[in-house]
Design a protein around this ligand. Sequence first.
Ligand code: FAD
Length: 461
Amino acid sequence: MNELFPSKFLKALENLLGKERLLKEKEDLFSYSYDSSSLIRLPSAVALPERKEEVIEILRLAQEYKVPIVPRGAGTATTGSPLAHKGGLVICFSRMDRILEFNEEERIVRVEPGVLNGELKKFLKKYGFFYPPDPSSYEFSTIGGNVATGAGGPRGLKYGTTKDYVLALEVVLPGGKVLKTGPSTLKCVVPYNLTSLFVGSEGTLGVFTEIVLKVIPLPQKRILFVSAHEREEEPLEIITEILRKKLTPACAEFIDKTTILALSKSKGSLPIFENKNFSSLLYLELDGEGEILEKEKVLIERFYKDLGISFEKAEDESDIENLWEIRRTISPSLKVLGKKRFAEDVVVPRRFMKDLLFKIRKLEKDWGLYICCFGHAGDGNFHVNILFDSENEESAIKVRENVLKEVIELSGTISGEHGIGYIKRGFVNWELSPLQIEIMKKLKKVFDPEGILNPQVKIPD
Ligand SMILES: Cc1cc2nc3c(=O)[nH]c(=O)nc-3n(C[C@H](O)[C@H](O)[C@H](O)COP(=O)(O)OP(=O)(O)OC[C@H]3O[C@@H](n4cnc5c(N)ncnc54)[C@H](O)[C@@H]3O)c2cc1C
C-alpha cells in the first residue's frame, strides 16, 4: 500500500462499506480510470456509498489519513475532473440516486447527487414539470456532476444553465462536517451565497450529498426549424437578427462546415437537405403554447422565406427528436477526422462569434488540421474540436493555444460549461488576474485546508 493510501485507511473503509462497495482490484478500478477526455488515471480504490452517513465517515477518514478524494458522477466530463491524477479514493455516487422530494406547490425537487438528469426529466414530465438544464449528455450524466461542472446545454439561451436552478446544497467537507448552503426558498441574501460558490466547483471544495433544484412547468409544445446555409457564417447573423426582433428561441445551435464533413463521412451521407449544397446548419427551437408560439412560428417562417433560406420544420415530437439526433451524434462522428482531439468549450460575446469563426477557418487552413466548431451559438458558446493524429500533436497544441488566445482577446472565456478540470488548468492564468487566482486559492484553503479534495484540478499551482 503506498503512502497516499495507508492500509489502516483501507481497513476502516472496508468495515464501513463491506468488500462489495469498496473496489480495489485493477480490473474493477479500470472502469473509473477515464472520463470523456483522453486521459487514463487508475485510482487506488473506489467507494460506492449508498447513504450520506457513509460519505461523512469517508471524508472524516480521508482528512485523518490525508488521502486524496475524487468525487465522481457518471464520468462524462471532458476535462479529466473526475479522475484520480495521483492515486487516491474515487467516491462514485451512482448508488445515491434517489429523488427524495418533489413539492409541486413550491416548485422544487430535492435529489441525491447520483440521479441522472434524464431520469429527473422523465419523473417531472409525469407531473407536467420541467428541469431545463440539458447538457447533450443529459441521458447519462448525473445531477451531482452537472452541479459540480455548472453544466449548460442547448436550452441555455432561453432558460439559463444549472447555476440558475440550484437553490440549496448539502455538502460534506473534508473532516466530515456537513454544510447546508441555504434554505430552499427562491430568494435568500443572508449574507453570502455559498450555493453559487459550489456550482461549478468541480469537486474541489466539498462533496454534495443532497441538491435542491428549482423546476418550472413543462412548455406545452415545441417547434424545430433546421436551416441550411451556403454562407457558413449566415446562421450567426440570423441569431443576432432574431434576438433583435425580441424573440427568444429555446435553442439556437450552429453546425459549421467541418462538422458537417465529419457527420457526412461517418454516416455515408447526411439525412437532411440531400442534393443541396450548404456549408452550415442552424437548429432553432421555439417552445411555449397557444397564439404566442404560433405568432413566433409564422415570424420565423416569413423571415426565412424572405431571405430565400432552405429550411425544414418539425412540430411532431418524434420528427423533432429525429432531427436532434443528427446534432447529438456529432461527438462520436468526429473520430473520422482524427483519432485524437482537443475539445474546447469557449464563449465569446455574441457580436464576436463571426470573428472567432473566421479566425478558426484561417487556423485550419494555415495548420492543415480539421477544426470543428459547433454548439450553443445562441449563448456565444462554441465547441471547438481540434482533430489530430499522434504525428501532428505539436501542431494541434499550437492551434489550441491560438484559439484560446483569440477567445480571450475577444473578451471571452476559455470554458462556458465543461469546466477546467485537469486539462485546462494551465490556461487559467491567461484569463484571470493574479488577484483573482490568489483569492480563489484562499477560498480553496477555507474549505479544504489539507488540499485533499480533487487535487490537480481547476486551480493552477
Ligand atoms: C457526448 C457528451 C456531450 C456533452 N455535452 C455537454 C453539454 O452540452 N453541456 C455541458 O455542460 N457538458 C456537456 N458534456 C460534459 C459532461 O457531460 C458534463 O460536464 C456533466 O455535467 C458531467 O456529469 P457527470 O455526472 O458525468 O460528472 P463526472 O464527469 O463524473 O464529474 C464531473 C465533475 O463533477 C464532480 N462531482 C461529481 N459528483 C459530485 C458530487 N456529488 N459532489 C461534488 N462533486 C462532484 C467531479 O469530481 C468532477 O469534477 C458532454 C459530455 C459528453 C460525453
